[in-house]
Write a protein that binds this ligand. Structure first.
Ligand SMILES: Cc1cc2nc3c(=O)[nH]c(=O)nc-3n(C[C@H](O)[C@H](O)[C@H](O)COP(=O)(O)O)c2cc1C
Length: 140
């Protein structure tokens, strides 16, 4: 099975998680960026606004992500996936997506139809254990 690891990250947690997963699968993690500046206090307010209003962003995918199944890593913003990842997922059938959500404390609720959904919750401090179990669950 060929997997592609794709991520968006504002402050680095999802990037770190995606890179660890990719390393376990002996592949690379591909970054998705958008056309927004989410930095600083104003960026944070903008992120809240875009999440709450489900506002769209355009995206760039920084690599070839063609695969049998996709491992998509997203921060949780206001209980949701980020605008960039929402855009990305419009092009994939959900049943080929393993969604990995990086959050401060919340569990992602909209889990229907994905191949699998994994929560990595900062405050639980068990990132490596969850990543290990997740990558072991994949058919290589
Ligand atoms: C705009 C915004 C909204 C967030 N909303 C939530 C939330 O609803 N629940 C939660 O547990 N964490 C929330 N967080 C925390 C992030 O999900 C968490 O810090 C994540 O690991 C950040 O990933 P990153 O470093 O890849 O950007 C939010 C962060 C931001 C910036």
């Amino acid at each position: 099975m060929k997997y592609s690891v794709v991520y968006f990250s504002r402050t680095g947690n999802s990037r770190r998680i995606a890179k660890k997963i990719a390393q376990n699968l002996s592949t690379a993690a591909t970054e998705v960026t958008d056309n927004m500046n989410w930095n600083g206090a104003f960026g944070l307010l903008k992120a809240l606004h875009y999440s709450l209003k489900n506002k769209d962003v355009s995206i760039n995918i920084h690599g070839d992500i063609d695969a049998d199944e996709y491992i998509v890593v997203s921060p949780m913003w206001c209980g949701k996936i980020t605008p960039a990842i929402r855009n990305l997922l419009q092009t994939f059938p959900k049943n080929k997506v393993h969604l990995v959500i990086s959050s401060g404390s919340g569990i992602y609720k909209d889990r229907a139809d994905y191949k699998s959904v994994v929560d990595i919750i900062e405050k639980e401090k068990n990132e490596d254990k969850i990543i290990e179990a997740f990558t072991r669950s994949l058919s290589l």
